[in-house]
Design a protein. Sequence first.
Length: 690
Amino acid sequence: MGRIVGIDLGTTNSVVAVLEGGRPTVIANAEGSRTTPSVVGFSRDQDLLVGQLARRQLVLNPRNTFANLKRFVGRTWDELEDGSLAVPYTVRANDANLVRVVCPATEREYAPEELVASVLRKLVDDAATYLGEPVEAAVITVPAYFNDAQRQATRDAGRLAGLSVERILNEPTAAALAYGFDRSSVKRVLVFDLGGGTFDVSILRIANGVFDVKATSGDTQLGGNDWDQRIVDWLADAFQRDHGLDLRRDRQALQRLSEAAEKAKIELSGVQSTPISLPFIATGPDGPLHIETSLERTSFEGLCIDLLDRLLRPVQRALRDSGLAAEDIDDVVLVGGSTRMPMVQQLVRTLVPRDPCQSVNPDEVVAIGAAIQAGILTGELRDLMLNDVSPLSLGLETIGGLMKVLIPRNTPIPVRKSDLFSTSEANQNAVEVHVLQGERQMAVDNKSLGRFRLSGIPPAPRGVPQIQVSFDIDANGLLQVSASDRTTGRQQSVSIQGGTNLSEEEIQRLIVEAEQKASEDRRRRADIDRRNSAQTLVAQAERRLRDAALELGPYGAERQQRSVELALRDVQDLIAAEAAGRIDPAELEIAASQLQEALYGLNRRLLSERKADQGPLQGLKNTLGSLKDELFSDDEWDDWERPGSDPWASAPRRREPERWERDDERSMPARRSASARPSRWDDDDPWGQR
């Protein structure tokens, strides 16, 4: 395998590194800098500019210069927050509701992946110049909380740049690789990664070259740019109060404000106060207008209290998911230039009672880790092994709008999980797999990743077909879902690569709501399970009534049949009323219990008649009918009650597959089954344990 470089594709700056002589080395760009601005632009002559050359024209040519593109990669227009759209250039949605960047200089629209590919191409060209040989493969890092579509979009950007993307690596994991590269001791490490546009936190156990990720969390819509924006708003609001002009409506003024805000943020990391001077920022009735002010560190920190709170929650969640206490952490690794802010470092100290590790460069450590991973792939480094995790739960929708989780969050990857499902209606010939991502129990509260249809299922009663659904996550965190009918072998699969994707705001909302509304979710699940079980019991009762009419005639077991019919009618009426919210759910449970008791009596009568027909008492069955309870032991009756058997079908008959019913003598059969719509399922086992 040829040379593979490691690339840290950042929101603000990007870095490329390579393994030389078993040691990772950061490669300087053509301008002599070890970091390359993630900025793409076009000159007035339509020349492509990348990196520092593009950054220089941000103020003079803001409409044709594009920064902060990472927040647009792999996302649809509906998923963008207002803060993401606060850029000097034009962003719009195309007919497919996808994000497009408008460039007046070239008179065309670009997908964010196209522009990001230009940054990757420059990094690779600089690496090829340094190495003296072409570079055709790379390991590219992404935020740990990037979803499937964002990871696939990053891979597509690499392909547009002419690269073979050998691995998509989580940024905190890459930083941990760089930190533990030369360390042989056993350590539990917390990686705190606050970059220009994203935030991630991961907890790892490092021991003898094995990097085991225990938990990860984060916010892909939180980064140093949000701290810059607070200074921009502070300056713009003050200017508007004084002069009645909103500088944020002027593209050039907004870009000048952004640059001044970033400069002030950096300076406040070393001093208590910094001056901000922006002459000729606008023109008023009396002539040019200027900004001359100063910003205190305490005032800056007061503007960002809520941003610090957003940093707090993912750290606490990662600690909880890992099963470790803050005191169990041996070291803290700070990644990203924004971690240099004193307020951020102080927050980390309050969360974990350790002084952060200062042995790694926050700007370069992720690229170094990516280069180490490249060395592992090429075989140059043989004593290192990385075990990563999936950041969010993955599952599919079942009957009643429930989400069945197949892969819980923080499951080690690569991983493959499968489970059996069935149809919800008799003779149903197709089902639709609805793939979900999130932490809530109800499907509507989670995010849809995609759908696909499996057709050609042979006609069969409800619950008989066996559909096996498999989720497969590779080492890059990319998901593939497949479904197959075990009877016919017919199969359908899909790689989740686009469509609707999770925004970080939605992810945070889903997880927080899952914690706050756990009791409500359990109640709603219990209601749905109760209704599904009642519907299953109704189907059983209707089948038993047909069997009784065929075997005994209309009057053979009139009393038992009449009892079942009355109880059946009550349950059907209560199911309709309970769905409309007009009754107490407990009434449905009581009615279902009564139907179950009536079915018990009818089954006993049918059983006695069938046993009598098979023995020497056939001529005396009417005489001995009153003794039927004494003719059969409890063990014989239990055999008829076993789930999956159907003693009332016409013989001979093969044994039907298990219907995934859980019978309980004091409650209704707890069988989950899908609705009539093909997008719903009959859930076999809620935990996937078979």
